[in-house]
Design a protein. Structure first.
Length: 290
């Protein structure tokens, strides 16, 4: 199929892009990698009157070391993140989420900002930034707005971005000392969206857990922070029994729907299994670090 008619605009700077969006919102959409928006347009599930193409805005593609955090431009390609030693070492959960995304051609074109702003509940990046409490920077002609990841996702393919705002930067906390992380998921085939996935990061203090972060994808209308499962690990420590408790808690707190790929009960079961696997893997890495 072909998309409905639209006007294509190609800004070359951030101020130009913001001015275009401010002029044409709410009838405009921003094009990043196009791995989700273009198919939706071809099926006429999305019909923007104006398409603002960010691919000629070089200032939106970068990975910067800003002390305790990394700053990643929204137009940074997923393949660039996958190959970044800085991301691999300082924010390994983001790296691990990246390598689960689609296939090489998709990662070569797709962008971190496009994936997050698209807010597909089964996508990897939304769960990863939610687990890490990342800060998402939204820009408009009115200025910049910093949004906590917990306040960004608002349901299926929906965010709290205003119609005239562009997601321009992702601020990612670096991995603390004595910590480990893991991103695990189950999909029908390699490269498919996850039936269920879990992002985990854990920090140890001897035999105790000083911090734990868990978020799931594919098991609700938006990525979900698994707060009850986190509480089970804080109470029980990094033990097999606590992992089992966390798995049961995760299965109880998710809110999956059934579809042609998996029933709601199956996704719920997977959420528990993925939680235990992610915790075990992250804890092993944290113990190696200590």
């Amino acid at each position: 199929m072909k998309p409905a008619p639209f006007t294509h605009l190609a800004p070359t700077s951030i101020p130009e892009a913001l001015a275009m969006l401010g002029e044409h919102a709410p009838d405009a959409r921003v094009l990043a990698g196009g791995q989700s928006l273009v198919p939706m347009m071809n099926f006429r599930l999305a019909r923007p009157a104006v398409l603002i193409d960010l691919n000629r805005v070089p200032d939106l593609a970068y990975i910067r070391d800003n002390g305790d955090v990394l700053a990643i431009g929204a137009m940074t390609r997923e393949r660039t993140i996958e190959n970044s030693e800085l991301v691999h070492d300082a924010a390994p959960l983001i790296h691990q989420a990246t390598i689960h995304i689609g296939h090489l051609p998709i990662r070569s074109r797709g962008t971190i900002g496009g994936s997050i702003a698209n807010a597909d509940p089964a996508a990897e990046y939304p769960a990863a930034v939610l687990a890490l409490d990342c800060i998402l920077v939204a820009s408009s002609v009115r200025g910049n707005r910093r949004i906590a990841a917990a306040d960004f996702f608002d349901g299926v393919l929906s965010t709290t971005l205003e119609p005239d705002e562009i997601l321009t930067e992702i601020i990612v906390p670096k991995l603390p000392p004595l910590s480990g992380s893991a991103f695990v998921e189950i999909a029908r085939r390699h490269g498919d969206f996850a039936l269920a996935g879990v992002a985990a990061q854990i920090t140890l203090d001897g035999d105790n857990v000083s911090d734990v972060r868990l978020a799931a994808c594919g098991v609700g209308p938006a990525p979900m922070r698994l707060v009850t499962a986190e509480a089970a690990i804080r109470a029980g420590g990094p033990t097999g029994d606590a992992f089992d408790d966390a798995a049961r808690a995760a299965a109880a707190e998710v809110d999956p729907d059934g579809d042609v790929h998996a029933t709601a009960a199956y996704r719920r079961r997977l959420a528990g299994v993925m939680t235990r696997r992610a915790l075990a893997k992250a804890t092993e890495q944290a113990r190696r670090a200590s």
